[in-house]
Design a protein around this ligand. Structure first.
Ligand code: FPP
Length: 262
């Protein structure tokens, strides 16, 4: 199975070996990725920025494939933030077409790989064609129980938290919840990620070291890995390097005793 799925890789043998080795230790259940550096990748080649985004889409395919083979539970990809509307219209239009291009060519493989497509973010002002492509993929993969490929589209963490807070206030006002009963779990339950494990690992490419309004609540205890590699240059090996680094870190979740290794 694994050989067939990784069959297109030149360095197939070493990838298969690495995957098997990493599977000996606990894996992150959920990996969140800030895919940054597409514009710089294009500029270095004197190409338009959209060429970088297109190449970035191909990286999404590679990383989805390897994450699925490794046995990761969920992969949340920051594909478009609530702030990205400020970009030139041509670039925004292109970014909005990427889900349909990606899913048009890749959906059969996602189905074969037992991947479940999901989305977080505000759908209300996404173009119809973008939503149609994502909804179609969600519908065709809803029975799958392998990797969850979760696209963050028109996603902003502050907006998500404001929305969750409003929902909690409504529950209190309608008498369904008392203020004393509000806990972390109350907030978790109102977030768009309510059904997912919290990310254990965040990867951000391109040398930027910030969260950019991405999963601020959910990443509270995640391990962070920042790499200088630009997203279009990010390979399966870079991804496996990040998982390896994660496995070598000690996660304490705020405690001292009973130190836990990832
Ligand atoms: C940030 O790089 C990247 C984005 C805003 C878009 C990310 C989208 C993809 C990688 C493709 C998504 C694919 C699918 C299937 C939805 P940047 O443009 O800010 O790069 P720069 O900092 O070098 O300018």
């Amino acid at each position: 199975m694994i050989n067939r799925l990784l069959g297109k890789q030149k360095n197939q043998d070493s990838l298969v070996e690495r995957v098997q080795q990493l599977q000996q230790k606990p894996l992150p259940k959920h990996i969140a990725v800030i895919m940054d550096g597409n514009g710089r990748w294009a500029r270095r080649r004197a190409l338009p920025r959209i060429a970088g985004h297109h190449e970035g889409m191909n990286t999404v395919k590679k990383i989805t494939r390897i994450a699925s083979n490794l046995g990761i539970g969920a992969l949340t990809m920051y594909a478009f933030s609530t702030e990205n509307w400020k970009r030139p219209k041509k670039e925004v239009d292109f970014l909005m077409k990427l889900p349909s291009e990606f899913l048009h060519t890749y959906l059969p493989e996602l189905i074969e790989q037992n991947v479940k497509v999901e989305m977080i973010g505000d759908p209300s002002n996404l173009p119809r064609h973008t939503l149609d492509a994502i909804h179609n993929a969600m519908e065709k993969t809803q029975q799958n129980d392998g990797l969850i490929l979760n696209f963050a589209m028109n996603y902003g963490s502050r907006a998500e938290l404001v929305q969750a807070t409003k929902q909690i206030v409504e529950l209190v006002q309608s008498g369904q919840l008392s203020v004393e009963d509000i806990t972390d779990e109350t907030m978790n339950a109102q977030l768009m990620t309510a059904h997912l494990d919290e990310p254990d690992l965040l990867i951000r490419t391109s040398g930027e070291v910030r969260l950019s309004n991405f999963m601020l609540w959910q990443l509270a205890y995640a391990e962070f890995i920042f790499t200088d590699v630009l997203w279009p240059d990010f390979t399966e090996h870079h991804f496996l390097d990040a998982v390896e680094q994660y496995q070598s870190r000690h996660r304490r979740f705020g405690s001292v005793e009973g130190e836990q290794k990832a």
